[in-house]
Ligand binder design. Structure first.
Ligand code: HEM
Length: 537
């Protein structure tokens, strides 16, 4: 029997008990009991609807109702969502309710719909109805409302997206940052050698995180602000702190209790935001004074000077009508550091885990790289299009272990919508369970198997037009850093595999832990055996 039918039965039994007790008791008790039972009855009536509590007022009578679990009293599906395997639990729920296309649920007082199907996912991500994002208090306090990710979908957000597309993530800008990616790759490879010498095994997570953070910090602020400098180190610590705060599941976000601060998250966010404003604000101010001469701007615009070929310079060099205030610039730069660091490092750790686990596939990628590159030189960005098997490996890992299984940040209905003949009121949160789609046996043959060959046999684009595999999202709010993220992952993976043979130092554990992104629960430990000496750039 469906859980909410069972619950309706309980509600009916409550009513019968009420009737029975009414006949047995003196009138003062009858009065108290009637109040108690009517409260209980209306509570049960609110809770015992498909999708639970938050949907009680919204399931429009004229339209069919969405199916979904009623969840726990008041909390709804919060216990499922708060766990480290929310994507799996939601996939199971959608399958058990027969609502892969669209499932309703409640997170406290928040109405949510979840799609686990490419067609409805396309409607949510690609249409014009779900272009806002619900914003958590922590994200708002950490200034993300003024950055691309959480800015409401109005003129300001469109302005930021245009700046990002033209000035920050254009093919020219990405190409110009290859020098930096190569240098960081070199530092990571050297660190691998040192760790092997000192400890006899490599903890790749630390190396990838440091490499990724250095890469992002220097792309954002230029080579003058590496991790070795004090300011760089402090920013690294702030990113970690912000990551912890934003990953926390806060009850206050789902109830009208925003004035409360049960776990001190708001206090910590205020403190961190002040530190970020001061640190990043100072860098912006210093750069402005050092860029007083038009010469620097001219170098920047022509891409001649690598020293100032960074995102901060890009923002400062914007034409007058496009310029942003200092505080908005701080928010945007902070977001870029925040978003760009963990996704790349987490994805690479998953890929390397698969390479260690599937030695035959590792050999195949290495053979492809050796054949394509020849001689003794390093891999370059321009080699990547000639490495289809390596690209297929990356796609297969994005399918099996998408860093954002629920696409990290949800969407919000900006007006009333009809989907699947169902009425969805404005203000409803919409999520796409990309993990459920990429593990669906009716969409993917042998979905649990690691088979990069499937992407050689069939061309599948991962940039957002094919919703069977859209790890960067899709539509107007698709990830603006996707090309940069992929360029970094492809290059670093090719260099890691060209330089070393990777073997397990202990059994590879593929358990997952979903925080802001989905990371490996247990860090990967491996042996690296050098296979290339004295490679030349
Ligand atoms: C492997 C790497 C990455 C993955 C898997 C990834 C994934 C995602 C996803 C799933 C979204 C939500 C898209 C949607 O709602 O449709 C997103 C948004 C975003 N990503 Fe990425 N991302 C990656 C790298 C990056 C990088 C390197 C940057 C910048 C340096 C970046 C910046 C952003 C921003 C600013 C947004 C918000 C866009 C908006 O709301 O308009 N991402 N990303």
């Amino acid at each position: 029997m469906k859980p909410f039918l069972l619950a309706k039965l309980i509600s009916l039994l409550t009513l019968l008990c009420f009737g029975f007790v009414l006949f047995q008791t003196p009138w003062p008790f009858t009065l108290i009991l009637s109040i108690f039972f009517s409260l209980l009855f209306s509570f049960l009536n609110c809770w015992l609807v498909p999708g639970g509590f938050a949907w009680s007022k919204s399931n429009h009578h004229r339209f069919p109702k969405l199916r979904g679990p009623m969840g726990w009293p008041v909390l709804g599906a919060i216990p499922e969502m708060a766990g480290p395997l929310a994507h799996r639990k939601l996939a199971d729920l959608a399958a058990s309710f027969g609502s892969k296309r669209l499932m309703a649920l409640s997170l406290g007082f928040t109405r949510v719909v979840i799609s686990s199907h490419p067609e409805t996912a396309k409607e949510i991500l690609g249409g014009s109805s779900f272009t806002d994002r619900p914003i958590k208090d922590s994200a708002r306090l950490l200034m993300f409302e003024r950055a691309i990710g959480f800015a409401p979908a109005g003129a300001y957000w469109r302005h930021l997206r245009r700046i990002a597309a033209v000035h920050m993530f254009s093919p020219r800008r990405i190409a110009s940052l290859e020098v930096l990616r190569q240098r960081v790759a070199y530092e990571m490879l050297a660190r691998v050698g040192v760790e092997m010498g000192e400890r006899g095994f490599v903890g790749l997570r630390g190396i990838l995180q440091k490499g990724s953070l250095t890469n992002v910090l220097e792309s954002v602020f230029g080579t003058r602000l590496g991790l070795e400098k004090e300011a760089g180190q402090r920013l690294g610590e702030m990113v970690n702190e912000g990551y912890e705060l934003i990953s926390k599941f806060n009850l206050e976000d789902y109830f009208p209790l925003r004035f409360l601060d049960f776990f001190g998250v708001k206090r910590k966010c205020h403190r961190l935001a002040a530190k970020v404003k001061s640190a990043v604000g100072q860098i912006v101010k210093e750069r402005k004074t050092s860029l007083v001469g038009g010469e620097c701007y001219n170098n920047f615009m022509s891409g001649d000077d690598h020293e100032i070929n960074d995102y901060l310079s890009a923002l400062l060099a914007l034409p007058k009508e496009d310029q942003l205030s200092d505080s908005d610039m701080v928010a945007i730069l902070w977001e870029l550091i925040f978003r760009g660091t963990d996704t790349v490092a987490i994805l690479l750790e998953w890929i390397m885990a698969r390479m260690v686990l599937h030695q035959d596939i590792q050999t195949k990628v290495q053979q492809e790289i050796d054949t394509c590159i020849g001689g003794n030189r390093h891999v370059r960005d321009s080699d990547i299009p000639n490495l289809p098997y390596l690209q297929a490996v990356v796609k297969e890992v994005l399918r099996l272990h998408p860093p954002g299984p629920l696409l990290s940040w949800a969407r919000l209905a900006v007006h009333d919508v009809h989907m699947e003949k169902v009425f969805i009121p404005a203000g409803t949160t919409a999520m796409v369970n990309m993990w459920a789609i990429t593990h669906d046996a009716s969409i993917w043959k042998d979905p649990w198997a690691f088979k990069p060959e499937r992407f050689i046999e069939e061309e599948v684009t991962i940039m957002g037009s094919d919703l069977r595999l859209a790890p960067f999202g899709s539509g107007r709010r698709v990830c603006p850093g996707k090309a940069l993220g992929l360029a970094t992952v492809h290059l670093w993976l090719a260099r890691l595999l060209r330089q070393y043979r990777w073997l397990p130092a202990q059994p590879v554990d593929l358990s997952e832990r979903l925080r802001l992104s989905m990371e490996m629960k247990k860090p990967l430990a491996c042996h690296a055996v050098c296979r290339l000496n004295n490679a030349t750039p």
